[in-house]
Design a protein around this ligand. Sequence first.
Ligand code: ZN
Ligand code: ZN
Length: 439
Amino acid sequence: MENKNELPIFAEILPNVKSMTVSVGLTRSKEETLYEFGLYPLKFIFESKSPTKTISKSTKTFSTSKLEIPLIQTVETSEQPIITNSNEGIDIKLKLRTFVRKRPPKKDISISETYQAPFNSTKISSFKNILCSYCKKFLVKKNTLKKILDMPSEHWAELVDCWMCHQEDYKHAKIGDIIAQENIGLVSNSYFLLHPNNIEEDSLKVDEEELHEIDWTKGMSKKWISINCSRCFASVGDGLYCKSKEEEKDELKLLAVKLNKYMTLVEMEGGADADKKESVIQKYKFTAFLAIDFLEATKVHATYRFIVKGKKLKQPYLLIWLFGWDSKIMTNVLEECNSFKIFSRNIEEDCSVVESNLKICDVMKILYIDCTIINQDTDDDKSVRLLEQWRKDNTVEHFIYQDDICLELLLLLRKSTSCLPASKKYMNEFLVGFMDMNG
Ligand SMILES: [Zn+2]
Ligand SMILES: [Zn+2]
């Protein structure tokens, strides 16, 4: 922290009840400390005065620290804030001002309706190439993509199959099976779908370890298998493979390629006024893509409960209960641990939870259970029972990500929980955390 005397602050805006709670952590000291606060429509000032060593008995000096918290929403200064004490600090509940308007207010558009995945087709009209995010190898054949189109929702294939009363297990019918077309790049929320003929020669390699585990006699004849960059072996996505018998020997045939948006970089032409020859390379935080996956599931299936599973280990990492997607928070306690080293080399070098500078951040509020630490042998544990319940419940959506991504998400949520005051870290058996919406 910049200022060692700065008190830890965590503030949350609760739009549905038109209030804002500011939690201030107080220092533990034997000395008596005096706290004062001032409430203004757009700021909140918190001051603490503690006596310093006295020089003579007649003069008492104080060390003061002042904290100014900017507010983005106007608070009702005429209304008494509700102040509650706890042994870790104080909570100050402020009422947000509601304006009396002469004209009808503009419709409040929820972030879930306007939120768009980074790199959708309108945003990448000047698309040039996709690169391995670790070694920056180009993965797409230059100038071969004639068109870039947004793909219908991942749940689309699922729905079509339901309407047609298809016999196949619809959860396994993925959209990529149907529409990988040469020279057309399809963009989904979290990946690009390309035809193998548009992939740079020998730039991708099937993950041998995963291939080895596959039982071709079971399930669908086409299977999605992880693919790696052929130069640095970092994972970049999945390939749809089938086995064809050619001249008596098994031949592995690549039918479609999915390049994960968060494991690659996107090269685009420079901005409108910049020199067109200059290209820009862009990348977003992986949480931006998970956020859109979660939001879409809530819209399509009206479910807020998810199991996040690892692709390789096939084990659940997290139970997630999406509590709210339009939460706003503000804190200053993450500074010291904000950026942290991550497991997978091709996601990003440093990954931060939110900015820790008392700026308001849009976050998804997430209740979660860390499945990696629950002991499944003790069935009297609440978390174990919940995991079992959710597994059987078909209204719970399952998300399968690379194991690295699952660990990353887990770590990020844990970090976010660490900045909450102790009394707010739990909700029943769930931990409370949040995820930045702006990747
Ligand atoms: Zn590479
Ligand atoms: Zn679905």
